[in-house]
Design a binder for this molecule. Structure first.
Ligand code: CP
Length: 310
């Protein structure tokens, strides 16, 4: 079967169907079992170019680690203030230049639409590593992979998505992704942080969900609790942030109410949403989730860079 990811951009999860997810998951399962020497043949001689106009720990480092694990190298700009963007160079020119020096470009940018635009000017496949409040598709890939690995299924699960649903771009990509499965989704947020009305039509086309403000009342029903940080940096008015700051916090009291085999996920970074006391509990999967980020990104890069897949 032909590799549909070869030389393709990854801009939005809306472009994904269930088969595409399955292709990446199978490639990830395979790559995990390969020996280091075998893995290093996959990306030998290839270069990943990253452009991060917003801070990142996991996404940037896991892309670099993933590229190294398949035998490739990475070059990039981790802080736009040290690049010629500081002198006024446009996003388009910056992406174009990076695409001349690399085989695949990874972009994080604060503006909605930035990745779609960058994909148009890039000479090489472009991966959206977070565009404004819009999407973070590779996060959704690792999130769904985590659920599949840790719960052994996706269909039939009750998934609670908690916190900043208005500004959290991981939430939108995750909802588009979950639209490929038969899941019961509960959106749990303060009224001011419900999912944006301009996205509800697109999401409702894909999946049914209910909305509530009460995590405690719902937590005993859930198989997956996906909690997110309230994104202070996206609020136009700091007073509005102060009103919702600390709305949800999972500690040992709430974990006792969860199903025994339920899991807690978080795209990270966390602030105070999850007590560190929970890190060693069996429900805590957020660090494992970050580990899967490296594996799924290695698989995605392998598929984009190799016509015959892996
Ligand atoms: N989950 C995530 O995108 O983390 P970073 O912002 O650290 O990349």
């Amino acid at each position: 079967m032909s590799n549909t990811f070869f030389q393709k951009d990854i801009v939005s999860v809306r472009d994904f169907d269930k088969q595409k997810f399955e292709t990446i998951f199978q490639a990830t399962d395979k790559i995990i079992t390969m020996s280091p020497n075998e893995r290093r043949e996959i990306g030998r001689g290839k270069t990943l170019g990253y452009l991060f106009f917003e801070p990142s720990t996991r996404t940037r480092l896991s892309f670099e680690a993933a590229m190294a694990s398949i035998g490739g190298t990475s070059i990039g700009i981790a802080d736009a203030s040290s690049s010629s963007a500081r002198k006024g160079e446009s996003l388009g020119d910056t992406v174009k230049i990076m695409s001349l020096y690399s085989d695949v470009v990874v972009l994080r940018h604060q503006l909605d639409g930035s990745s779609r635009f960058a994909a148009e000017v890039s000479e090489k496949p472009l991966i959206n590593a977070g565009s404004g409040t819009e999407e973070h598709p590779t996060q959704a890939i690792l999130d769904i992979y985590t659920i599949r690995k840790e719960k052994k299924r996706i269909d039939g699960l009750k998934v609670g998505i908690v916190g900043d649903l208005k500004y959290g771009r991981t939430v939108y990509s995750l909802l588009y992704a979950l639209g490929n499965y038969k899941v019961d989704v509960r959106l749990i947020s303060p009224p001011a942080l419900k999912i944006r009305s301009d996205s509800t039509y697109e999401i409702r086309k894909r999946l049914a969900y209910t909305e509530t403000t009460d995590l405690e009342e719902n937590i005993s029903d859930l198989d997956v609790v996906y909690i997110t940080r309230i994104q202070k940096e996206r609020f136009a008015d700091i007073e509005e942030y102060v009103k919702v700051k600390g709305s949800y916090r999972i500690g040992t009291d709430l974990v006792k109410k969860m199903k025994d085999d339920a899991i807690i996920m978080h795209p990270l970074p966390r602030l105070d949403e999850i007590s560190p006391d929970l890190d060693s509990t069996k429900q805590a999967k957020y660090f494992q989730q970050a580990q899967y980020g490296k594996d799924t990104r290695a698989a995605l890069l392998a598929l984009i860079l190799n016509e015959n897949g892996i």
